[in-house]
Structure formats: C-alpha cells, structure tokens
Design a protein around this ligand. Structure first.
Ligand SMILES: [Zn+2]
Length: 453
C-alpha cells in the first residue's frame, strides 16, 4: 500500500516546505516530489500543515494512584490521543508495594494489549533498589528500555528517592544508558511547612504547602548531581520561572532537558481560589504570574511540552469533605488538548506554532524517549506517523479526555482541525474521527521484558 500526501506544508529539519510525502507500508518512502501515479491513495493536504505524529511524553493512565484509580483506560486515553494526532503515548509503569518492576510491567502490558489506538512506550518507575533490582534494571537498559523516573518527594506513597539514592543510581545506571526523569520538589522543604497553621479547607492552600522554592531547590540539587556524574537527565513538569532558568543556564554543561505542561502556561493559581478549585489540584501546583514563564517558553526554552495527563473520576475529585485538601487526588487530564494548547504558545504566528509542535511535541520527545531513530521526523525510513493539521477548522471547545473527569481547560477554544492521522502508514483518523474504532492498531515500542536475557 502506497499513500501520497500532496500539497501540504511539511515540517522538515526545522523548516516548512511545500512538499509531497510518499508512504509505503509502515514507513516514509520519500519526501519531495514523488510520482503521483505510483500511489494507491492520495490525500490532499492543501492549506494544511503535514507534521510528524505527536508524542505525549508524560501521561498516567489505567493505574492506581494512592486510594484512587485513574479514569482513563489505555483504550479511552489513546482514542482521544490519536483523534488529536498523538501517535505515541508515553506513560509510566510504577512498581507497586510487594511486587517487582517486572511484575508491574507485565500488569501494564496486559492492560494495554489489543486496546491501544496509538503506539505505547513505558517509562519505568522502580521503587526498590536491592542488588537483584539493580540487575533487573541493567538488563532492561540493555534491552530497549531507556527512561527511569524518580521522585524527590511522596514518601507516604512509597515512591520517594533521597538525593543520596538518586546519586547512587546516576553513578550505577547512567553509564549503562539510563536516562533519568526527575520529579523535582524538595521533600524537606515541603515537610517543613506547618500544615496545622494553614486553612486546609481552601484548595489555594495547596500552593503554600508545595511552594515554588521546593521545586527550585530540588532542580538545583539534581542538576548538580547530573553534571557531576555526566548523567542524562530530564526534569518533568517544570512550573517555576527560576527552575526553568536554572535548567536553561546549565543546559550546555551536560545532557539536561526539561518539559513543562500547558496547565503551567495557561492556568494560574486563581483557578485554585474558585469554589470548585480542588478540581485543579495537581503537583506541582498551579502558580501565579504566568506571563514571564510563558515568555521564556515561547522562546523555545522547554525541550518538550507534555501534559502530565492524570485524570481522576469527577466523583473522586469531588469526593473530599472540604476540610482537608490533602485527601483530594492530585492531577488533571490534558492529553486531548496537547496540540491545541501548545499551538496557543505561538498562536500569533501559525508557522512558528506548527514548527513548535514538530519540535517540542514530536522530535524532542522521540529522542528523549530513545525512539528518535524511528519516530519524531518525516524522513525516509522512519515510521509513517503523520498528522495533516488544518489551522483554520471550525471553532470548538477543548476536550482533554473522554473519561468521566473534569475538563482542565473549560472555556478554551481551538480552531485546529486534525484532518488526517497516519499511524505507521495506516490511515487511522479522517476528519478527526477514528476510521477503525473497534480495531486498535497501536503497538508497544519496547520488547516484552520476558524476552530479555
Ligand atoms: Zn506525572
């Protein structure tokens, strides 16, 4: 099967060019001016951008978080994702209490098997570090897994790693190709906040309990460790201007990158002051004074824009007693909004916005996830994951999730229309709708752990 995408403006090597793209089987066969007669199917992309398939680098789906279960299954998450051009879902597998990381991985694969409309890649969150655990991690790093997530906070949830632990893992696993994803909020600074002196019935208090200083300090500490040990490190969901500036200032000194999320750009802490402000509780919290932060990101400072999609059922989010905000599950959806809200960063310059998507939501996340050899760019030989995006579609509200969760961006409007999406050459979305809703076509980009020696 050969498909030709004609007349679009193609993002290639950081530029937009009027080119045709020929897809053969699962791969891109040619970019330029291929012979139209050779194609079985022609897609007219006139007036549209032709971009590499989007990658949400940071999502949580179909998993337990504390006493709550996330609202999205792999099926519902990847359905909304693919309808919005997200051809690869990166999500986390977290080793739970009393299980091994391999068991957790088997559990996640079983949930996703046959259910995923997009391709799936897992970041690993190990929580125990015996000699046997480290040996497992070494085998995983040698066998197609690259990214390991660590948290500088959340002791009660059993996922906290001390700076000493982080340093030990940098030393032992960094040289083996481990790329570390770090959630940065200094636990000691958070613990030092005296909760009894605060009004825990007000969601806004969350901003006092997880202050900006905690994120900034943790970023400074892990940057120092990563540079000292020449470790590849990516900081997830950066929400503070000072934290982002520190990463930018040190970027040239090592393999450092960071992401931010649309909620830290377009939602501020006034949302937490609302009567229903608990619906926007997430960690790190929404912050004040977003203009300078947005300015920095507009300059291209963040390597990746990702959602930290973490949808809880509306009844779980609303189920607290309005006395202790610590009982509200932390997180909000974002997956389906990713391209639309990312576009807003540069909306006064559509070409810049299209290139922004191709760089920060495709190329950079593909490389950071370790799949830059097959995803993230429209080049011959790469997977034919491709989005035909019309910037002048009908206006409609954002829809971050199909799950029964509160919308994170109510009142936000997009005019981007996802005309076509190809997933490894397969025409999976037409005019924003799945062509094969009952036959999910996603694959897992990493081998089953059972195949590793
Ligand atoms: Zn997260």
């Amino acid at each position: 099967m050969k498909t030709l995408i004609r007349n679009g403006r193609v993002a290639l090597d950081g530029q937009l060019q009027q080119l045709d793209v020929l897809v053969e089987g699962e791969r891109i066969a040619a970019v330029g001016a291929p012979e139209p007669a050779s194609a079985d199917k022609v897609i007219d992309a006139a007036g549209c951008y032709v971009l590499p398939g989007f990658i949400d680098f940071h999502t949580h789906v179909d998993d337990e978080i504390g006493p709550f279960y996330l609202a999205d299954t792999y099926e519902s998450a990847t359905r909304v994702g693919l309808e919005n051009g997200i051809t690869t879902l990166c999500t986390f597998v977290t080793q739970g209490e009393g299980e091994s990381l391999l068991q957790a991985m088997a559990r996640a694969r079983a949930k996703a098997e046959g259910k995923s409309h997009s391709d799936v890649l897992w970041h690993l969150t190990p929580t125990t570090f015996s000699a046997a655990d480290l040996d497992t991690l070494r085998r995983l790093l040698a066998g197609g897994y690259h990214t390991l997530k660590l948290y500088t906070t959340y002791k009660a949830a059993g996922i906290y790693a001390s700076y000493g632990r982080i340093e030990e893992l940098f030393q032992k696993l960094g040289p083996l190709g481990g790329q570390f994803l770090i959630h940065c909020e200094d636990d000691a600074l958070i613990e030092a906040v005296d909760a009894t002196s605060l009004d825990l019935s007000k969601p806004f208090t969350h901003t006092l309990m997880r202050p900006e200083a905690a994120e900034i300090l943790a970023i400074q500490k892990v940057v120092e460790l990563a540079l000292a040990h020449h470790t590849s490190m990516h900081v997830v969901h950066v929400s503070t201007l000072e934290g982002a500036r520190h990463l930018v200032a040190n970027r040239g000194r090592g393999d450092l990158s960071f992401e931010t999320c649309p909620q830290y750009l377009f939602l501020d802490d006034s949302w937490l002051a609302r009567e229903d402000g608990h619906r926007w509780l997430c960690s790190p919290p929404l912050r004040g004074n977003r203009a300078p932060f947005l300015d920095l990101i507009r300059q291209g400072a963040a390597d990746i824009i990702a959602t930290d999609h973490c949808p809880f059922c509306a009844r779980d989010k609303d189920g607290w007693n309005h006395q202790d905000l610590r009982t509200v599950p932390n997180g909000m959806p974002g997956l389906g909004s990713l391209p639309h809200v990312t576009w807003k960063i540069w909306e006064d310059d559509p070409d810049r916005a299209a290139l922004g998507l191709s760089t920060h939501v495709s190329l950079n996340p593909a490389r950071r996830a370790g799949v830059g050899d097959r995803k993230g760019a429209l080049k011959p030989g790469m997977d034919a994951d491709l989005v035909v995006l019309d910037p002048k579609g009908p206006e409609r509200p954002l829809r971050s999730t199909a799950a029964p969760a509160f919308e994170a961006f109510p009142g936000f409007i997009t005019s981007l229309a996802i005309r076509h999406v190809l997933l490894r050459g397969d025409h999976r979305v037409e005019q924003g709708r799945l062509t094969q809703p009952d036959a999910p076509g996603g694959i897992f980009l990493q081998p089953p752990p059972s195949s590793l020696t």
